[in-house]
Design a protein around this ligand. Sequence first.
Ligand code: TPP
Ligand code: DXP
Ligand code: MG
Length: 620
Amino acid sequence: MLEKIHSPRDLDGLSYEQIEQLAGEIRRELISTVSVNGGHLASNLGVVELTLALHRVFHMPEDKVIFDVGHQSYVHKMITGRYDRFTSLRSYGGIAGFPKRSESEYDCFETGHASTAISAALGMARARDYQKEQYEVIAVVGDGALTGGMCYEALNDAGNSGTKMIVILNDNEMSIAPNVGALSNYLTNLRISAGWQSAKRKVRHLNSVPLIGKPLYKTIHGIKRLVRSVFVRDSESGFFEALGFAYFGPINGHDQAGMEKAFRQAKQYKGSCVIHVLTKKGYGYEKAEERPEAFHGTPPFYIETGYRIDKPSCPSWGHMMADTLADMSETDSRIVAITAAMKLGTGLDHFGERFPDRLLDVGIAEEHAVTMAAGLAAGGMRPYVAVYSSFFQRCYDQMLHDVCMQNLPVVFLLDRSGIGGEDGQTHHGLFDLSLSLPVPGLTVLAPSSSAELVSMLQWTLTQDGPCVIRYPKSMKECGTQQGQDFCPARWTAMTEESSVLLLSAGSMVPVAMDVYNRLKDEKINTTVVNCSTLKPLDEAFLAAVPQTASVFTLEEHMVTGGFGEYVSGLCLEKGYKVPMYCFGVRDQYIQHGDHGHLMKDAGLDADSVADTIRKLLKGA
Ligand SMILES: Cc1ncc(C[n+]2csc(CCOP(=O)(O)OP(=O)(O)O)c2C)c(N)n1
Ligand SMILES: CC(=O)[C@@H](O)[C@H](O)COP(=O)(O)O
Ligand SMILES: [Mg+2]
């Protein structure tokens, strides 16, 4: 049936039986494509019925739906005219893993970073009202995304605005890992209390059964009061209602008819409302139901076993970081590790296994994570905040105002820095240097090997100020020796002296080594320099560069505001007249696809870098 669905209106005439059949086909397609391309499987398996119900009750694209994070939009893509391209999901040139306005009129707002949908939906609803139009605006928000502070800023504004919008809260009790925090407890209480209501109805029914009914009813009633006093507490106090939203639910998110009924009610309702839908992450694929964390974002895997196809040959940088931090914590009780709902992705699960009390998962709340870290540091602890480079964009002011202005010893561990890959535009880590290099007193480091990362981490404990360490998920190692003490602001030449300097940052050091080898074969000598400290610069090194040299800087970052510009700024200031060219990403958003293709497009792979250097040297 799926190939006959070219637009959501093709769903209209289908019976519930046919919809069930279609849901099965969608799940098979999700599993088969993601098993080859990788992607966000468990979340999508959980929202098949929800998405079908949305599209049957509402009339997209006139009505607008915004998916928070957007990683659960695959089903939406399949039934909005993109099924024929679905096997290209997340691949270079293929359809994106997140909503894209350029891809379809059904993708009305782009997402990727969590907790934005309610704000965006309120904006769109206000635009509708200003323009005196009539359509519904719906935000689909997960319970994980609801741990992000922006949601509350938006609810606060929306609930007092008189502007109608609908929030569908997709509650599967999971962020990437099991959800955390007091609000997650509140949602659990709503579930318990709803379960309780239906249990209560059943118990009342028992009471009417002669003889056995009454004593059993009394016993259960006693247990009920006890359980309620322990668990339920304020669950019916109506948090959403207090904020000006009507609350419908909780409803079973795998019951098609029930959900459609609730959505119709919300459509008819005059004011704003929250529909609380309960779903199961990974629903319909046993392996994902059993291990929803592993199937949140999965690499390609075997469908039969659920095991990933390529086993990583070495530990990730994140695990290397977390193991080192745990080793350091054996002798330093001040160390605390902080994650904003990315315990697994950042590798901090390893730290948590050894120091569960010193790993703080604050939910999807990067801003809070950083200011809370500042508080910990001000109180005498040594906080390490592990966060993906692109999510670090969220906490710029907290880093600047709360940590750095007070010169507090908070270490920011920026994973996934550089060009990411299949997640695309929203997830590349290409702006963190522009954010951190201008900040006074902030040391900025970029290891070129995992061994260097270890020695940098050990060095941070000897310091009293803030520090950023940026590193990618994985990269080719280039043989920096293990066990060497880290020397800040000291760059090291990795190849013989020459008049062509390749000043390379972090992940570009191995690329520069490849460039060196290619050009050497052509009798062009270059010197690869490992610039592991990006701030402060190695001023002594730069002062010694002869005017006859040619300098190239290499970084996996935007050129504007990056390392190369920082170096050239210093050279200008000091009056060093060296010809310089900066390799990096130039004024564009990088799309999705495999890392190799994207690096080539940005002119940052070894072949492209070597070509450019060759041309520039000839022209010089
Ligand atoms: C600002 C930000 N921080 C972290 C993430 C990484 N992330 C993506 S999805 C996710 C969990 C979302 O949970 P939920 O909203 O409940 O969706 P589910 O996958 O359970 O459907 C996290 C932490 C992100 N996308 N954005
Ligand atoms: C949707 C989202 O933001 C995360 O799930 C992200 O895709 C994780 O990336 P990694 O797979 O690199 O951990
Ligand atoms: Mg969830």
